[in-house]
Structures are given as C-alpha cells and as structure tokens.
Write a protein that binds this ligand. Structure first.
Ligand code: GAL
Length: 414
C-alpha cells in the first residue's frame, strides 16, 4: 500500500513537472576546460529545476564564431531560446525586436537592488531588463610563471620598461617571454591593456570609449602601438592562430613566462590543478595597477511563443543571479560575482584582489569597459578597431600609419 502511494505521488509530481517543464536551447562559446566546467553548473541547476538544457556551444574564444552563428540563425527565424550577448550589442538586438522582457523576474528578484547600477544599465533597453549578467571579468592581468622568472633571474615587471628588461633576460635564458595567442581578439586584448598602461585611465576612456579623434590620433596612441610591437617581439613564431587557453598552458607548463589575458585564464590554471602563489601568479599588467578594465558576460532571452519556454527562460535568468550559482560559477570561471552581497568566503586570493580593485576603481573612476570584449563600443566600431590592430600586429606597418588608420576607420563607422 505504501509503495502504491509513493508511486502515485511520484507519478503526480512527474506529470506536474513535465507540464511546466520545457527544453531551452542555450547558445554560448564556453568550450575551453575552465569555461565548460563553469557553464556546466548552470546546466545542472536548470535541469534540477525540472527543465531541459539543449546545449549549443560554438567553439571560439571571445564569442566571435558564436556571434556569427547567432546572427545567421536569427535571420533564418530560428534563434535559440537563450544566448550569450554582451555590452552594446544587447541594445542592438533589443532594438531589432528579438529579446524578451525580463522585468517580471527582475522585479521579483530585486535586480535593481542587487546589481550595481552601472552593470545593470548594460542589461537594459529603454529601461527594461532584456539580459541577465553572469559575472565580472577583469582584463588587465598578467599571468606569471614564477619559476621561469626565477630561472631567468628576472624581476616581475610593473612598468613597460621593466617588462622589456625582464623579457630580454627570459629570452636569453631560453624561455618564451610572452605566451601569445594569434587571433584578432587576443591581439586586441593585449592592445587595450597597453593603451590603458601607456595612457592611463583617462586616456583609455577618451580613446576607446568616447572615441575622441584627438586621442585616437595622439602621440600617446602611437606609443601604445610602439609598445605592442615591442611586446610582440617577445612572443614565439608559432603564435599565429593559437587559442588563448593553449597560450595559458604554455605558462603553466613552464615554456613561457607571462600571458596578458583576462581572468578566465585562471579557470584554465584551476582545471589543470595548478596552485596560486606556487605554480602561477596574477599581477596587474604593467602600469595598470588601480585600474579595472571590466568585461561582463550575460545571457539574453529570445522571445518565445510557448508559455512553458518563457517560464523556463525566466527560471534560467533567476538561477543565474542566485547566490549559489554566482559562487560556483565565478569560482570556476575566474571572474567575480556581479551580484552584490554574495559571500566572499569561498573565493581565492586573486578573486578577492579583483573584488577590491573593482571597488576602488569604481571610486577613483578607473573602472572602464573593455573594447576588445564588446563592452565599450558597438560591434561595427569594435570590428574597425580590431581590424587595424590586427593588420598592424601582423605586418610591418608603422605606428604612425596605424594611428592614422585607426582614426579614419573609426570615423567611417560613426
Ligand atoms: C570573453 C568572455 C569570457 C571568456 C573569453 C574567452 O569575451 O567574456 O567569458 O571566456 O571571452 O572565450
């Protein structure tokens, strides 16, 4: 009798769940070891809530490939239910009428209170939430293998001058000074870090956020290109085409001394079982201490006809901003919670330093949106900047020519 009763209860629960459950397709680009482990937490939580996750992962750092797929699917009238979309692109997609309004779930979960206004604004279109933020990544880190520095007798640099001194020693000792990936977005990541370092926060904002022509054509910008050329001379010949996570691996395997990359690199050190302070260090990229180039990942939901799917999307959005997910995901991913008030306890030293840097940079106005990671300017302008950087990086173009080209290419897209 008891068995019969529990069978009926189970059947009842199953039918209720399946009545309200739905499958949602989630398009993302988190396919490296650390990234896949991180997004796995969201899949598990969604499925525990009774819904189904249809994985649509498109390999390719920075989402370059994922965005191409998303655009063609949207044009064909077949977008996924949820997709990673970032920065000003969120408003562009919303303007085209694709995105669902998340205000109901936002209100119920007090997003306006639990999100810093500046970050919440990235998620809104005409005052309504159309995306949910996942995390905050800091771009301007330098990842270091301390053993390689020791063997080379080099000092960890805090300025670009010191960098050159250290890089020379490292090269002489038979190591690759900088582990570089060879894709346009990676080159642009190094470039924007250098622009911040060489020019400072105010200059970065003028040039890569406000697109001030004077700043784009300035001597300081020329110096940034010179510095990029200098950094490139300390990379290896096999860099072209290399994925970012393979460059990270060169650092933890002791082949290379440094990598300039956002803190998703930490996710790779972690899955490889490496220990902070022993196997690797994260330090501020030269001349960028105190500044914070931010990069926020987010999911936008595409309008659905079925009520059940809309419910599942709302559930996904709610889970993303739960304390539990923010803790598990960000610990794995290398980012920090975007939500205020999440306990700092489970986070490591690098994450705590990122949180501190975030707070102080917000105060000193050195909290800046990343250009290379789609936070500061729209896709067309970002594309124009990245194209110039890549052309410069992979040719013998002079810095003076690069500066002129940068200004004219940006102007053409404005
Ligand atoms: C960034 C993204 C990160 C990261 C990286 C490499 O644009 O925001 O989450 O994973 O690309 O794929």
């Amino acid at each position: 009798m008891r068995n019969f009763k529990s069978m009926i209860t189970a059947l009842f629960l199953f039918s209720v769940l399946s009545l309200h459950s739905a499958e949602i397709e989630v398009l993302h680009w988190w396919t490296s070891g650390g990234e896949a482990k991180s997004v796995g937490a969201l899949k598990t939580m969604l499925e525990k809530s009774g819904h189904k996750w249809k994985d649509s992962s498109i390999a390719g750092g920075n989402g370059v490939n994922a965005m191409t797929v998303l655009k063609s699917r949207a044009v064909a009238g077949n977008p996924p239910a949820a997709a990673q979309i970032k920065g000003p692109s969120i408003q562009e997609w919303a303007e085209l009428g694709f995105l669902a309004n998340l205000n109901k779930v936002a209100k119920a979960n007090k997003w306006d209170k639990v999100l810093p206004k500046r970050f919440a604004d990235h998620m809104k279109y005409k005052g309504k939430y159309v995306a949910v933020p996942v995390n905050v990544h800091r771009i301007n880190w330098m990842w270091v293998n301390p053993a390689v520095f020791k063997k080379a007798g080099a000092k960890i640099p805090t300025t670009w001058k010191e960098f050159e001194v250290a890089a020379k020693k490292i090269k002489k000792a038979g190591f690759i000074p900088v582990a570089a990936g060879g894709q346009p977005w990676q080159e642009a990541t190094v470039f924007e870090t250098i622009v911040l370092g060489v020019g400072g926060a105010k200059f970065y904002k003028k040039a890569l956020v406000d697109l001030d022509m004077k700043a784009l054509k300035s001597k300081t910008m020329k110096k940034a290109f010179d510095t990029l050329r200098m950094v490139k001379s300390y990379t290896d010949k096999n860099a072209p085409g290399r994925d970012w996570n393979l460059a990270t691996a060169m650092v933890y395997k002791g082949e290379a001394a440094m990598q300039f990359m956002g803190d998703w690199a930490k996710g790779e050190f972690k899955v490889a079982g490496k220990k902070i302070g022993v196997d690797y260090l994260a330090v501020d990229a030269p001349q960028t201490a105190g500044a914070y180039l931010y990069n926020i990942d987010s999911f936008a939901m595409f309008k659905q006809k079925s009520n059940a799917k809309t419910k599942a999307q709302n559930k996904l959005a709610q889970l993303v901003l739960s304390d539990k997910f923010q803790t598990i995901f960000n610990n794995r991913k290398g980012s920090v919670p975007v939500k205020l008030g999440v306990s700092k306890m489970p986070f490591d030293d690098i994450a705590l330093r990122s949180m501190d840097a975030l707070n102080s940079a917000a105060y000193t106005k050195e909290l800046l949106p990343s250009m290379a990671h789609q936070m500061s300017v729209n896709d067309a302008i970002k594309g124009a900047i990245v194209d110039v950087v890549t052309e410069f990086y992979n040719s013998k173009m002079s810095s003076s020519k690069a500066v002129k080209k940068l200004a004219s290419s940006v102007k053409a897209e404005m």
